[in-house]
Design a protein around this ligand. Structure first.
Ligand SMILES: Nc1ncnc2c1ncn2[C@@H]1O[C@H](COP(=O)(O)OP(=O)(O)OP(=O)(O)O)[C@@H](O)[C@H]1O
Length: 606
């Protein structure tokens, strides 16, 4: 009862935790501000640079800790922020004053622009994680070479290649030509306020459904796309925001150092940023600042000569030890580990409400053809995996697809879903050609897919998993929450709604995965080996559930288990060597010598 009440909580914000989320960061910033009042001016000056580095680390933690993409190129956005602040500030500052505002705007703009360009290339090119890291690293090498060799003058600004840029104006908070530069303390408080506001902005963003999608992207990119989210766009937006934050950090750094060296693009500087994040605690956001202060503070202390000038050596050794001893970072050590439930829950057959399926579909199915393939072909080198397949699937009823190993079932599924690009033929959805569509667009149009291995988002709660699916369909938090409540009852997981998906048993994860597909209210559902690994009772229940679902949506079942197919009592198509080989009822096909032959391997040609 307690669970079901909280499940109906309409606000998506409830998904992300406490409501006074802004109070702690604000209080911490307040305490830091109070401490600074009594601190030595030189310490305040040094601490201002830690805030600038903390910001670029925050930008990286956003894409790495939250989004899962390790970028080694964030120092490029940081360095560009510093240079562009120098150029814009030295030209506009004498006219307008407020180099602070100029710095914020120019740093954010150049950081965002550069990051968006890189992200477009990375994500729309569908490059993998390793390639992302290598390409961002290469970017650092390129930028360093460019910065060392480039000398030019632009108005008051002089960029001097290897000598760097010396015309970087001081931070001015006031407006107008007569505005005076900020004091050391003034610059620190300004940087602190900027860091706090950006931190709160990032937190607020991640508490929105955007944050859940990003969490999905990190945990399982394919599943998130199969929930209908344009994952490339989400990653691009996240990377762009993170570049803007790094650019602002760079502008603050430029205003602090009053000089920009091409070394901001050096490999050493590039590697320091992930080190800040690792030391502080990846994915914590706070850790970005903790890492910058800790590493900055340590090198400041060591630089004072306490270890006989071996600063880099001692710092390096210390950091290696820290990362080994506290792999989750300083803040990660403090965080309570989420307990994985040891409960080995079985499939909740007796608790699931088959009748509840009716309430999950608002629309009536008409029995019309929803998906059609025409002459579909797919080759892998010399292997023809899909051979001129023309099939139709309706928005009601069950259709089974069988065939021996290597018959081309998965390939056919992959081309229908947009996971594989066909070499010929067409895929039509409700009469419109969708052959070139990305998977998420097909899901938005009404295709649902449950792959053989359950794909759930293990760190999100059961409810959040379902909510993400329902939100993709409805984009209305209240409607999504209501659908989640109904779906939980259908899949019998209401009592585990608030547990992380990763704590569920194998069987329960399969049900959760199916529940996510149901939340999408698809017109046609592809199920890849739904009976794999199930007990007899679980199979019976699945058969009953699929029959119920098939009143409202077409269900295409790809299976090996002939008893399961028989129980489904539905038309069957046999694939062999990529082509449609036979079709009929399972009993008819079991009598067909040709079909028996291919299953027993007695025939090499169709
Ligand atoms: N990525 C790939 N690269 C090269 N060949 C592939 C690839 N994917 C599939 N194939 C080949 O295409 C043919 C069809 O494979 P597919 O996996 O579609 O069959 P299947 O019916 O799903 O088999 P199974 O029931 O064993 O999963 C096989 O000969 C397989 O070796």
């Amino acid at each position: 009862m307690e669970n079901s009440e909280s499940i109906t909580t309409p606000s998506p914000l409830a998904l992300a935790g406490r409501s006074a989320w802004w109070a702690l960061p604000t209080a911490v910033a307040g305490v830091v501000a109070l401490l600074a009042m009594n601190a030595d001016e030189y310490a305040i000056y040094i601490a201002t640079s830690w805030l600038a580095f903390g910001l670029v680390a925050l930008g990286l933690d956003l894409v790495w800790g939250k989004g899962g993409d390790l970028s080694l190129g964030h120092t490029v956005f940081f360095g560009l922020g510093a240079y562009v602040y120098g150029i814009a500030g030295s030209n506009l500052g004498p006219l307008l004053g407020s180099t602070a505002l100029i710095g914020l705007l120019s740093g954010a703009a150049i950081g965002a622009l550069a990051a968006a360009g890189v992200a477009y290339f990375l994500f729309y090119g569908r490059l993998g994680a390793l390639q992302t890291t290598i390409i961002t690293y290469t970017l650092v090498l390129i930028m360093y070479t460019v910065a060392v060799g480039w000398t030019f003058e632009l108005g008051e600004a002089r960029v001097g290649g290897a000598n760097g840029m010396t015309t970087v104006p001081m931070l001015t908070l006031g407006f107008g030509p007569d505005a005076a530069p900020a004091s050391t303390a003034g610059a620190f408080y300004f940087a602190l306020a900027v860091a706090l506001l950006i931190f709160l902005g990032v937190k607020a963003l991640l508490r929105r459904p955007f944050g859940l999608v990003i969490s999905g992207v990190r945990q399982n990119l394919l599943k998130t796309e199969l929930l209908g989210y344009d994952v490339r766009r989400y990653r691009l937006v996240l990377f762009t925001i993170s570049g803007a934050i790094a650019g602002i950090g760079g502008a603050l750094y430029g205003a602090w150092a009053l000089y920009v060296s091409p070394n901001v693009f050096s490999v050493a500087q590039a590697l320091l940023i992930p080190i800040y994040v690792l030391v502080g605690g990846r994915g914590t956001l706070w850790g970005a600042f903790v890492g910058a202060v800790f590493v900055g503070g340590l090198s400041f202390w060591l630089g004072g000569g306490v270890v006989g000038g071996q600063t880099a050596l001692v710092l390096g050794g210390g950091l290696i030890a820290l990362v080994l001893l506290a792999p989750r970072g300083l803040l990660g050590m403090l965080r309570r580990r989420r307990q994985r439930s040891a409960q080995a829950g079985s499939v909740p057959a007796d608790r699931a409400e088959l009748g509840g399926v009716d309430a999950l579909f608002d629309r009536q199915s008409t029995g019309a053809v929803v998906l059609e393939t025409q002459d579909l072909q797919k080759r892998f080198g010399g292997v023809t995996a899909t051979d001129h397949v023309s099939m139709q699937f309706h928005d009601r009823g069950i259709h089974c697809l069988i065939g021996p190993n290597g018959a081309g079932k998965s390939t056919f599924l992959g081309t229908c879903l947009g996971l594989l690009k066909p070499d010929g033929g067409q895929v039509l959805f409700e009469g419109a050609e969708i052959t070139g569509w990305a998977p998420y667009r097909r899901v938005q149009a009404g295709l649902g897919i449950k792959l053989q291995v359950a794909r759930i988002l293990e760190e999100l709660s059961v409810r959040e998993n379902l909510w993400l699916a329902a939100y993709s369909r409805h984009e209305d938090p209240d409607t999504a929450s209501e659908r989640v409540r109904r779906t939980l009852s259908v899949i019998g997981l209401t009592h585990r709604a608030h547990e992380p998906g990763g704590a569920l048993s194998h069987g329960e994860q399969q049900w959760l995965d199916l529940g996510m597909v149901l939340c999408l209210e698809p017109k046609l559902i592809f199920l890849d080996e739904p009976a794999a690994g199930m007990t007899g009772q679980e199979r019976q229940h699945t058969v009953a559930l699929l029959k119920r679902i098939s009143r409202f949506a077409g269900v295409v079942v790809v299976e090996h288990d002939m008893d399961f197919i028989r129980d489904l009592d539905a038309p069957v198509t046999v694939l062999h060597q990529g082509a449609v080989f036979a079709s009929g009822t399972i009993d008819e096909l079991r009598q067909d010598e040709r079909v028996l032959d291919i299953y027993l391997g007695r025939q090499s040609d169709a």
